[in-house]
Design a protein around this ligand. Structure first.
Ligand code: HEM
Length: 318
């Protein structure tokens, strides 16, 4: 059995514990399913394996087939532009189409699974963290840059550094996936004098603690005295793990536009008790069998910033 090396350090990691090029993500499910596939179906709980296989096929095929049908069969090209639709349109018909389709399916379902829970978790952490001070600063910046009734767009990014700072602070303050994914060494390695044989499973501690007052949610830590992004303050990109990170740019863009849009339209306030006193969210996190550090449900009030927002919200709800 492969030795298990856990490199979880209480202090911050300035560089990856091992060169992550020499690893691959360790998937315990592969090991488990390789064993379970020999268990006969009548065996108690063995039908789980079959159910899981069915779900996996459904998950991989269904969305793909819907997109393909909308793109080619409807005759009207009704597919919403997406990773899947762009990849389908880019298929090289002079090459092996089945193989290309296989990659498109896996990439599409992988992106969907890897992005949904993580991004929603980060947005939950954002809502919990929204103290009045940060919101006042964000509202001021947004009002200065956007015209009345305008929603932010990616072209506003360079003029909204405080929004970018909020996104960095969300990723720094609340580690969505604090231990990343377990990695399996594909060759021997040495880390700080410690020999790690091929086959070891390495788990990195992603939590950043090299900032002043790390417990405090303070987006301004990423800005200089002129309110611009300070290149000398470390970008908490390790929130996405080490090496080439497939989803980092999609995730940061999704968080940025969501944070900018929410704060353009709303103020987030604590829920009130029966005496109209604010009840701060307890900041409790799900501690079940998951890799993600997800907030438990909490109550808050989402208050439209203007009558226009209220009216358009009313229209969209009706
Ligand atoms: C706030 C959002 C996100 C956070 C905090 C996050 C964080 C992480 C972390 C920590 C890992 C494990 C890295 C490792 O230990 O090797 C990971 C893996 C991964 N993420 Fe994300 N992620 C986010 C969003 C996304 C999005 C939007 C996508 C795709 C569009 C994505 C795709 C992936 C994939 C494919 C892997 C597995 C990579 C591999 O096999 O090496 N993630 N993510």
């Amino acid at each position: 059995m492969a030795p298990l090396e856990i490199l979880a350090r209480s202090t911050s990691i300035r560089s990856p514990p091992v060169s992550f090029q020499d690893t691959r993500v360790w998937n315990p499910q592969v090991t488990i399913s390789n064993t379970v596939k020999y268990v006969p179906e009548w065996f108690p709980r063995a039908s789980f394996e079959q159910k899981a296989r069915g779900l996996r096929i459904k998950m991989t095929e269904d969305a793909y087939l819907v997109t393909k049908a909308r793109l080619y069969l409807s005759g009207r090209g009704t597919a919403t532009p997406s990773l899947t639709s762009f990849a389908l349109e880019a298929i090289d018909h002079t090459q092996d189409v089945v193989e290309q389709e296989k990659f498109i399916k896996v990439a599409s379902v992988g992106a969907c699974l890897a992005s949904s829970d993580t991004t929603v978790t980060a947005l939950g952490a954002f809502i919990i963290a929204m103290e009045p001070e940060a919101q006042i600063k964000a509202h001021r910046e947004l009002e200065k840059v956007l015209g009345p009734g305008d929603l932010p767009s990616f072209s506003d990014e360079s003029t909204l550094p405080y929004i970018t700072a909020i996104v960095r602070e969300i990723l720094r303050h609340h580690s969505v996936n604090p231990l990343g994914l377990p990695h399996l060494l594909i060759q021997d390695d040495i880390y700080e004098g410690c020999f790690l044989p091929k086959g070891s499973i390495v788990i990195a501690n992603i939590c950043e603690e090299e900032y002043l007052e790390p417990e405090r949610f303070n987006p301004s830590r990423f800005l200089d005295s002129d309110g611009k992004l300070n290149p000398d303050v470390k970008d908490p990109a390790t929130a996405f793990g080490f090496g080439r990170r497939p989803g980092k740019h999609v995730a940061i863009a999704s968080l940025w536009i969501a944070v900018a849009s929410i704060l353009t339209c709303y103020t987030i306030e604590s829920e009130l008790d029966e005496n109209e006193k604010p009840i701060k969210p307890k900041g409790e996190w799900y501690s079940g069998p998951t890799l993600l550090n997800r907030p438990l449900p909490f109550k808050c009030r989402v208050i439209p910033c203007s009558r226009d927002v209220e009216a358009s919200l009313g229209a969209s709800l009706s």
